[in-house]
Each structure stands twice: as structure tokens, then as C-alpha cells.
Design a protein. Structure first.
Length: 187
């Protein structure tokens, strides 16, 4: 009777003789299947900043080629430059890459190929102030409101003040000091 048992990436042939004593002999070599264990992820980065494309895969003699596809294109093209044939590749974000997709073509030593899932490259737009706070002239005990209008991804706010005799800014404390609009009493 013959049985095939998978042990790691090597297949063994097990022969059972009449006395039921197993004899193990190497059969058909190594498993040539490529398996992707970590897929690329979506990237959002500001122009001029570096980002890293990563993939992890299992297989024999793997080679890598990072590829991109523009939004208006149906075909994939190879990235050029340093590192584009490694499992991990760093690039400097170019504003024209906003909306591109990227993936990695992985080939093993036998010429078998597989591509990763697609991931998105998005240009991160830093905060931009649309409406600045205005100067206020107040009397003691008067309520005032500080407001700012800004656009950007994941904005957070912290209102600050600087006394006339000081050179450093300090954070306001209390309610509303971490929102776009904050009301305070003049003291």
C-alpha cells in the first residue's frame, strides 16, 4: 500500500511492507506553490514623503517586481528605480501618483507567478486653514468665541494663548479647547 504524507514543503512516499514496517523514501521533490502571507496595504502619504510597499510570501527562489496602474489605464506597469525587485520597497511620494493602485508580481525559481492583491496610493493633504481666528477686543467678564475653519485628513485642534510678556505659547484648558470653536470668559 502507498501513502503520500505532506511534511513541510517536502513530500514523502511511505511504503508499508507485508510486515507493516514503514519505509520512508523521498518522492517528487519540493512543493513549488507560492503562498502570499502578508498582502500590500493602502497607503496615504504627503508629497515628498517616503512610503514602503511590503509583501511576504513563501516559496522557492522567489523574485519580486512592484507594479502600478494609473486610474485611466487598464494595464499594469513596472515601477523603476532602487528596491523595486525586493519584497520591501521604499519610494518617495509624487503628487501625480494620487489614485494609483499598486501590487507585486512574485515569481518562483520554476517560473510560476502570482500577483498580490491591489492596494491604493492616496496623496495625503495636510491641514489647510480656510478661515483664521480674528482679533478680539474685550472687557473683563465678557464671553468670547474663538473659531477656525480648516480642511484636511483627521484634524485635531488645541487652542493656545501667549501673554504679552511671554515668548512661549501655552494651551488653554477647560471645555471646548480641542474643537474648532471654543468659548471662554475674559478674566
Amino acid at each position: 500500500m502507498k501513502k503520500y504524507v505532506k511534511a513541510g514543503l517536502v513530500y514523502f512516499l511511505v511504503l508499508f511492507l507485508a510486515l507493516n514496517n514503514p519505509i520512508i523514501a523521498l518522492a517528487s521533490g519540493t512543493n513549488t506553490e507560492i503562498s502570499i502571507t502578508v498582502q500590500p496595504v493602502d497607503i496615504s502619504v504627503a508629497a515628498g514623503q517616503y512610503f514602503t510597499m511590503n509583501v511576504e510570501a513563501v516559496g522557492s527562489g522567489l523574485s519580486y517586481q512592484w507594479q502600478y496602474k494609473k486610474p485611466e489605464s487598464a494595464s499594469w506597469k513596472n515601477f523603476s528605480g532602487g528596491g523595486v525587485t525586493n519584497a520591501s520597497c521604499s519610494k518617495m511620494m509624487n503628487a501625480t501618483w494620487d489614485g494609483w493602485k499598486y501590487r507585486c508580481l512574485i515569481t518562483d525559481e520554476n517560473g510560476n507567478s502570482i500577483t498580490t492583491d491591489e492596494a491604493n496610493i492616496t496623496l495625503f493633504y495636510g491641514p489647510q486653514i480656510i478661515s483664521q481666528p480674528i482679533d478680539l477686543s474685550l472687557v473683563e467678564g465678557q464671553c468670547f468665541t474663538m473659531e477656525v475653519e480648516a480642511t484636511g485628513n483627521g484634524l485635531s485642534y488645541q487652542w493656545q494663548y501667549k501673554k504679552p510678556e511671554s515668548t512661549s505659547w501655552k494651551n488653554f484648558s477647560g471645555n471646548g479647547v480641542t474643537s474648532a470653536s471654543c468659548s471662554k470668559w475674559m478674566s
